[in-house]
Design a protein around this ligand. Structure first.
Ligand SMILES: NC(=O)c1ccc[n+]([C@@H]2O[C@H](COP(=O)([O-])OP(=O)(O)OC[C@H]3O[C@@H](n4cnc5c(N)ncnc54)[C@H](O)[C@@H]3O)[C@@H](O)[C@H]2O)c1
Ligand SMILES: [Mg+2]
Ligand SMILES: [Mg+2]
Ligand SMILES: [Mg+2]
Ligand SMILES: [Zn+2]
Length: 440
């Protein structure tokens, strides 16, 4: 701490060009450096006003902030320029602003939208049709329509030729389930057409989930069909073409399985808008007034970030206790209510690793249907480098060099860690940072 009297002497010495007193006082309290006097001027502004080059140099050598402004909105450089002290203006102009400098470490944004797993959409969701019950009924009965069946949120698939593909059932294949009034049938959309088709010719897709024992059902179906076991890593076995429609279907079905009753009053609900809304059946429930976010499927935003070291050559990765051995990935965390993405990035990195973050840059996002996250992928640059992992969540967090990341990407024998799988956006953030464009 310092007294008002000490600050007054420090500002006075800067203003008079008394380098020696400035140095002595700073050695007693470094906090004086960016303090303002009654007029809102810092020592650097006073030195700039009065042309004291040596004082400005000493202040800068102690890491004095050059970006602060006085009450007229002038920086020290503006003050020096205004009063004709051009040598000081030039000195200040040659001091890089630390934040824009760190910004240069952020990789260029991708030119093209990356083809990320879970994001590929070949259906037109056609949300206008969700309230057209006549059209929906006709599509549910149509022999051309496709039904995707899930058992406890695991999709029915078949394996062959090294690929795991969705089983596309027709209405007869799921007729028992359709007869059951409790079954939720979600309308996913229609296949995109090369040329404009009549509405009647569009191929509609639906999804439904059953919790019943599927043994009997599987006996009647193609013997190669099975329910993909476990969400992770099971879902990552899907083909790239099928992953997107599974992300959509699984997230909406998971919402139905978890939100049977009205979250506002606990009453029964009815399914509307072809599976995209649940409405409370109790007249007078608060959820029926205005737009109510409990009535619609959830999306939980999660920030996921590759933190770059201020030296530009290292990045911060962490391991959760639940990760397979050797795997390190980007830090991630749920965005909290009332929080901007940039703040969520800074808070989660600080919580999980103790590292402070400066500039943040968005790269791209990914649907992550476990059960319905939206991963928001960012690069950011650290302001501090000491790592203290939050032991509750992270087993270990540390800096890896660019070369170590490339070794892990190409699975070189020198690799010191395993990359997250190519289907995860963490992989894309790492690969994008290295600038490594080979099709790995
Ligand atoms: N695609 C990828 O590359 C990738 C990589 C890492 C994580 N993820 C996903 O991101 C999710 C979030 O990351 P995290 O676990 O590090 O988050 P986190 O660091 O915020 O910590 C998770 C904890 O936050 C709490 N929490 C707060 N809001 C929550 C909500 N809406 N839903 C569930 N829990 C909530 C819970 O206590 C939970 O245990 C993971 O669950 C995972 O599915 C995806
Ligand atoms: Mg986390
Ligand atoms: Mg966290
Ligand atoms: Mg969190
Ligand atoms: Zn209600």
């Amino acid at each position: 701490m310092f007294s008002d009297e000490l600050l007054a002497r420090f500002l006075d010495a800067s203003s008079r060009g008394d380098v020696e007193t400035v140095s002595v006082l700073m050695s007693r309290s470094t906090e004086l450096l960016n303090q303002r006097g009654e007029q809102g001027w810092t020592a650097l502004m006073l030195a700039a006003r009065n042309g004291h080059f040596d004082v400005a140099k000493v202040l800068l050598s102690h890491g004095c902030d050059t970006s602060g402004t006085n009450r007229s909105g002038q920086t020290a450089a503006d003050v020096a320029q205004f009063w004709g002290n051009l040598h000081i203006a030039r000195l200040l102009a040659s001091v890089p602003d630390p934040v824009p400098d760190l910004r240069r470490l952020l990789p260029d944004r991708a030119g093209e939208e990356p083809d990320t797993f879970f994001n590929r959409e070949f259906l037109d969701r056609m949300s206008v049709k969700r309230s057209d019950s006549e059209w929906l009924d006709s599509k549910r009965a149509s022999p051309d329509s496709v039904f995707l069946l899930f058992h406890k949120l695991n999709p029915l698939v078949s394996s062959g030729a090294g690929e795991t593909r969705l089983c596309k059932l027709g209405a007869p294949g799921v007729q028992e389930l359709l007869k059951n009034g409790d079954t939720v049938v979600v309308f996913l959309g229609v296949e995109r057409q090369e040329k404009q088709e009549k509405e009647d010719n569009l191929v509609a897709w639906f999804a439904l989930d059953t919790e019943d024992d599927p043994t009997e059902f599987l006996k009647t179906e193609d013997p190669g069909c099975f329910f993909l076991p476990g969400a992770m890593p099971g879902l990552l076995r899907l083909s790239d073409d099928d992953a997107g429609v599974v992300a959509q279907a699984r997230s909406v079905l998971a919402w139905h399985s978890r939100y049977r009753f009205c979250p506002t009053c606990g009453s029964a609900t009815k399914v509307e808008e072809a599976g995209y809304k649940r409405t409370c059946l109790r007249a007078g429930c608060r959820s029926l007034q205005g737009v109510h976010n409990t009535c619609y499927p959830r999306v939980d935003p999660v920030v996921i970030m590759l933190v770059l070291h201020p030296d530009g050559n290292q990045c911060l990765l962490g391991r959760k206790k639940t990760f397979p051995p050797g795997l390190f990935s980007c830090l991630a965390g749920f965005v909290e209510p009332g929080e901007a993405l940039e703040s969520a990035v800074r808070r989660e990195v600080l919580e999980e690793s103790g590292v402070q973050v400066g500039p943040v840059q968005y790269l791209s996002s990914q649907a992550w249907p476990m059960p319905s996250c939206l991963m928001i992928g960012c690069h950011c640059v650290a302001l501090t480098t000491d790592v203290t992992a939050d032991e509750n969540e992270i087993e270990e967090a540390r800096w890896f060099t660019r070369q170590q990341v490339i070794d892990a990407l190409v699975k070189d024998k020198r690799a010191v860690f395993n990359m997250p799988p190519r289907q995860a956006i963490a992989h894309l953030l790492l690969k994008h940072w290295t600038g490594f464009n080979a099709n790995l």
